[in-house]
Ligand binder design. Structure first.
Ligand code: ZN
Length: 336
């Protein structure tokens, strides 16, 4: 049996946060532009922007993002950042990526919601032109923020019509702000009739994932809790929900305390829709190639499994029908 070249495999990524995925060189570039001093030593810098291998909780993991926030406060910075993340993905043979970001976190110095989306889409387009990757933006509402602010941000985002801005998500503190707590803003986004995904099942609360499914949300970030909840897994499958799995991130945040607490094998056995993602390339010190290696190592995933998960990812993606067709053809060729 020949070894699998994980780098060379064509890949699709649906769950990748912009601010958690910047390369160190881009972080340095952005700090220079923002006139912010950083540690000169790369190892020291890495300690600030990468979460510990095991965190106390999701909240400790989220602290690494505070370091990046001041760097992403101009149009130029957002464009550079979006380009950087899509480029990193393209260079490891990701042919389609959805990069998500929260406009709210880039509005400290007066940028409008529309400006943040335009800037991110511009960076993604630069990478598309240069590397042939198809790269799309998702807008996140922050669940722990003031809900009237979030409502206003999401409404302004919904005014933006750009073929590279394709959907919505809610990110941040799931534990204290589950779906019921933010129901009005979820309903608001649903009323846009635009694609939507949702972080749920990352903090050990089965009820949150159950509520998300009951609200009719068809894509789910993490779904980690399914490892412990066979009945919920049945619901997940029955409703045709697609899981955006993030292994390294889950082990860090202790969403999965060990590999056995990760739902992949149970989801696979139940015929659930599975996709493989990084969550945060820098905060989790990973990339999609490393994630595939881990699935192969821990779960014996084969090339055929990766092909199936990538087909699932294209089908669940927020790309246009034409783009999906093109991507499925590219994928079939790459795996033939
Ligand atoms: Zn996430």
């Amino acid at each position: 049996m020949t070894a699998i070249d994980f780098h060379k495999l064509a890949k699709i990524e649906l769950h990748c946060h912009l601010d958690g995925s910047l390369s160190l060189s881009t972080i340095r570039h952005l700090a220079e532009l923002a006139q912010i001093d950083l540690p000169e030593d790369d190892e020291e810098l890495k300690q600030h922007v990468t979460a510990p291998v095991t965190c106390e909780s999701l909240l400790e993991y989220l602290e690494s993002f505070d370091y990046i926030r001041p760097l992403l406060q101009t149009n130029e910075a957002l464009t550079i950042a979006a380009y950087d993340v899509a480029k990193q993905a393209a260079l490891e043979n990701v042919i389609y990526i959805e990069v998500r970001f929260a406009p709210e976190l880039s509005m400290d110095k007066g940028l409008t919601v529309t400006e943040t989306i335009d800037a991110v889409c511009q960076g993604l387009r630069q990478a598309q032109e240069e590397f042939g990757i198809i790269a799309k933006a998702l807008v996140c509402g922050m669940r722990q923020s003031d809900q009237s602010l979030t409502a206003r941000i999401l409404d302004e985002a919904n005014q933006v019509r750009d073929s590279d801005f394709v959907g919505f998500d809610f990110a941040g503190d799931e534990l204290n702000y589950g779906p019921a707590a933010i129901k009005p803003i979820i309903e608001q986004v649903k009323s846009y009739n635009r694609p939507m995904t949702f972080h749920a099942g990352e903090c050990g609360c089965p009820a949150f994932l159950a509520e998300s499914i009951a609200m009719g949300i068809k894509r789910n970030g993490h779904a980690t809790i399914l490892a412990q909840e066979p009945e919920l897994l049945d619901e997940f499958v029955k409703n045709g929900v697609t899981g955006e799995l993030c292994l390294t991130s889950n082990l860090q945040t202790k969403a999965a305390v060990t590999v056995n607490d990760f739902p992949y094998l149970k989801m696979k056995a139940a015929g659930a829709n599975i996709t493989i993602n990084t969550d945060n390339r820098t905060v989790s010190d990973t990339n999609l190639t490393k994630e595939y290696e881990l699935y192969h190592k821990y779960f014996d995933s084969t090339v055929q499994d990766f092909y199936a998960h990538n087909k699932t990812a294209i089908e669940a993606s927020f790309a246009s029908d034409e783009e999906k067709e093109e991507l499925l053809a590219r994928l079939a060729k790459a795996y033939s």
